[in-house]
Ligand binder design. Structure first.
Ligand code: GLP
Length: 260
């Protein structure tokens, strides 16, 4: 696991955007895994700016989403599909038809989750999966206790996550109880997993993810098992780490020829 500590969320955006741009230069038809959430915003803003400067094209790329609420009407502004379309997809040249999301309106949600996994397989797997981390250590909507081998499935939100996400809704009662999420095992299959965290409220979860044991009690710690995982965090969310100096040293002395 590579840990990159930068000063601010804007620096996170620049750092992760350069990884995405580098990937698309090498592989224009790359498959991106998109995540919703505040921490991703600087990345999408930096990518939109780079697209407007003519430095990157998404025309041949595809994208899949990480997670989604169940029970919101189609097109609801807080649906992750819709918010990703509004905040990113429509502002670059990625065709909306190349954005793949699980059908959370299907009568048979289990079949819809299996079809989403099959779609990822048909695309050849995810090249770069963006991730955030919940204050309780969740990734996607894999709450504490999620199997490290889990695949895309429907699951219930933790009350703390409903409270955390209530800020996006009129009140906590409007936050859905159920979600579809890529499983921890699905995320571990991504060829490059890039987790972003910013803010003091993430410091305990970040420290446990990077320096604690691998445990289903803190699903983000499973990223230690992905051979190519990069954690890009600001100073505030890195404050609980013991090995910050080493992480900086290792980042400044990357082995030659190492690609993002
Ligand atoms: C949410 C979402 C995740 C997101 C994470 C962090 O509950 N399920 O996809 O990455 O929590 O969100 P934020 O970036 O807003 O802190």
């Amino acid at each position: 696991m590579e840990v990159v500590v930068v000063e601010s969320p804007e620096d996170i955006g620049a750092s992760v955007a350069s990884m995405v741009i580098g990937l698309l230069e090498r592989r224009p038809a790359a498959v991106l895994g998109l995540a919703a959430g505040d921490s991703q915003v600087p990345v999408y803003e930096a990518l939109i700016e780079a697209y407007r400067r003519g430095e990157v094209s998404f025309a041949e790329a595809s994208a899949v989403t990480l997670d989604e609420y169940v029970g919101l009407p189609p097109g609801h502004s807080q649906s992750y599909r819709q918010s990703l379309i509004d905040a990113f997809v429509r502002r670059v040249d990625l065709p909306v038809s190349s954005l793949y999301t699980p059908d959370v309106h299907a009568a048979d949600l289990g079949a819809a989750c299996a079809e989403f996994e099959a779609q990822i397989a048909r695309l050849g797997g995810v090249d770069l999966q963006l991730l955030g981390i919940g204050a309780n250590g969740h990734i996607g909507f894999n709450e504490p206790g999620s199997s490290l081998a889990s695949r895309t499935r429907v699951t219930a939100l933790h009350p703390r996550t409903r409270d955390d996400n209530a800020r996006f809704f009129a009140n906590v009662d409007e936050v859905p109880y159920h979600v579809v999420t890529q499983g921890v095992g699905t995320v571990l299959d991504a060829r490059h997993a890039v987790l972003i965290a910013s803010g003091e409220h993430k410091r305990e979860a970040v420290a446990a993810m990077v320096e604690g044991p691998v445990t289903a009690s803190l699903p983000a710690s499973a990223l230690q098992l992905n051979p190519h995982a990069t954690v890009v965090i600001d100073e505030a969310s890195a404050a609980g780490l013991q090995q910050t100096e080493y992480h900086r040293f290792a980042h400044d002395h990357e082995p030659p020829g190492q690609q993002d």
